[in-house]
Design a protein around this ligand. Structure first.
Ligand SMILES: [Cu+2]
Length: 124
């Protein structure tokens, strides 16, 4: 019984952590998923760095976007460094203001081209 509780707590705490890092978004139309993972929380004052994983598709583009009312603004270009098949180190990611940002990951799989949007909340 104790062990069950410990395992439950462990799984629960991991799922809470997973709420922040990493974040995963999967396509509704293909089997492709994009995940990002970062050691530290993104802030407005530091260069954001993260690892992007993209399953089985070709990465066409990754950028940052913030939608503000009718308008939006972004941060680009990001520096994309392939480190393994489907794995990329992303640097020069500048989240210049607090609020709801998007990491937009555009991929191509066969004839399908799609942009997956990973929401990121910048708190400070
Ligand atoms: Cu803004």
């Amino acid at each position: 019984m104790k062990l069950v509780l410990v395992v439950f707590c462990l799984v629960f705490s991991m799922s809470v952590l997973a709420d922040v890092n990493p974040a995963k978004v999967c396509s509704q139309t293909t089997t492709v998923c994009a995940t990002y993972q970062s050691d530290v929380d993104f802030t407005t004052t530091q260069e954001g760095r993260f690892r992007l994983s993209l399953s089985e598709a070709k990465l066409l583009k990754v950028d940052l976007w913030m939608q503000m009312g009718q308008h939006g603004h972004g941060s680009s270009p990001l520096k994309v460094t392939p480190v393994a098949p489907g794995e990329f180190d992303i640097t020069k990611a500048f989240f210049v203001m607090r609020g709801a940002w998007q990491i937009r990951v555009t991929y191509k799989l066969g004839s399908v081209e799609e942009t997956l949007i990973i929401p990121v909340m910048i708190k400070k």
